[in-house]
Design a protein around this ligand. Sequence first.
Ligand code: 5GP
Length: 179
Amino acid sequence: MISGPSGVGKSTVIERLRERLPFHFSVSVTTRRPRKGEHDGVDYYFVSGIEFERLLEKGELLESAEYSGRSYGTPRGPVIARLERGEHVLLDIENLGAMQVKHNYPDAITIFLAPPSRQELERRLRSRGDTDEADIQARLEVAGWQEEMARVEFDHLVVNDEVGRVVDEIVRIIGNPSH
Ligand code: 5GP
């Protein structure tokens, strides 16, 4: 599992990891709206609040959490199917969801991707240009406690200073580099 504040660069790191490690990327469901360039079924399954509740009630989510006033969750079926086939699964989820999964799957590895500094995170969030000011402030606030929590609860904390170095470090952590 890879966690970290939004804007820290998780997507870029995960994209690069895909070139190095064989794994299934779990596509989450969320009630937030798609950003520019995001596609339903690829980046997320974008669902209504009612649909999300329905999935939750039917037990179809492996974990779920609120983030910035929106709901996020991991569809259970695809993850279990892949694990049963002996495949690796990578989840890009926030801290509380990661803790839920760790509780049920103690062998799962939790990695927190931290920004080099709060200023750098703020700069990256703003440079996206598609997130409003209130949202940016909320996300910065959350980023602070997420990192504090991760320092205590997570298996690894990796500072996203340079993507190549970060990918190398995560490959080492997972211990299964491709050739
Ligand atoms: P964003 O809206 O920027 O794509 O994601 C916001 C946060 O939600 C990120 O920290 C991301 O890792 C987290 N997230 C994405 N999908 C899930 C999920 O299925 N479950 C949980 N708990 N968090 C998720």
